[in-house]
Ligand binder design. Structure first.
Ligand SMILES: [Mg+2]
Length: 250
């Protein structure tokens, strides 16, 4: 099982990758291919940094990265790191809504992880346990959805739950908005990859939030196909209502 050095490693690598990406934005000239490929340069340099750090610190573990080749040996491995070196890359250079995801998966479950959101100057990790930094008072649940699904998920949640719905980019940013208490839930009604959701789920669960599929069933990671159908991250009291709406039971 993950020990405290795994939690600390996830936090350090996520934070340092975020710093590297901020330096890249501050010095676009370092991006030899020009401003228009800043996303590409960000993806590549973040991926290479993470691979180097995890390779040095955990040479026996396998890494599944959005930007790397899928090593089938991960399916038989006890310890697999699932990473998104730059989540929300289309916002990179344009808004604060991008993040870095680093998570360790053991037996299908994330056991350590971290999400860095440099735009909010914070890295959240599974240790120390995140505490909400904002609290809100309101009767209507506030729910974040993905921009691409605003018209579908947003309408379902507004009509089914009376929710106030907002959309931003980056799964990590949306999940950390729930962790820090700014909103009550993040719901994604379509498919997404394990690297989008794994570290955000690790941190959210450590913070006492619920993470599950749209029908309320359990999430599993390091599956043969890393594409997964749907994600809910929310305060425990909202899970029943949200999963009923999102699975068409209400
Ligand atoms: Mg990415």
């Amino acid at each position: 099982m993950a020990d405290s050095s795994d939690h600390a490693l996830a936090a350090r690598v996520a934070a340092e990758t975020g710093e590297l990406l901020v330096r890249l934005l501050e010095n676009p000239a370092a991006n030899g291919r020009g401003w228009h490929s800043i996303e590409y340069t960000g993806d590549r340099s973040a991926h290479e940094f993470i691979m180097r750090e995890l390779g040095r610190e955990r040479p026996d573990d396998i890494v599944l990265s959005e930007e790397g080749r899928d090593d089938p040996a991960r399916l038989a491995s006890d310890r697999v790191w699932i990473v998104d070196p730059l989540d929300g890359s289309s916002d990179f250079g344009w808004s604060d809504h991008w993040s870095v995801h680093v998570a360790l998966v053991e037996n299908g479950k994330p056991t350590a992880g971290a999400v860095s959101v440099p735009g909010w100057d914070t890295t959240w990790a599974t240790e120390p346990t995140p505490k909400p930094i904002m609290s809100r008072v309101g009767e209507r649940p506030r729910i974040l959805v993905s921009r691409s699904r605003r018209h579908i998920d947003g309408r379902l949640l507004a009509e089914g739950l009376g929710a106030e719905v907002m959309a931003v980019g980056s799964a990590g940013v949306k999940a950390m908005a729930v962790v820090r208490g700014e909103v009550d839930a993040y719901v994604h009604g379509g498919g997404l990859y394990e690297w989008d959701s794994c570290a955000p789920v690790a941190v959210a669960e450590a913070a006492g939030l619920v993470a599950c599929r749209l029908d309320g069933s359990e999430l599993w990671f390091n599956k043969d196909d890393p594409w997964s159908p749907g994600l809910v991250i929310c305060k425990p009291e909202l899970v029943e209502g949200i999963t009923m709406v999102m699975s068409g039971r209400r």
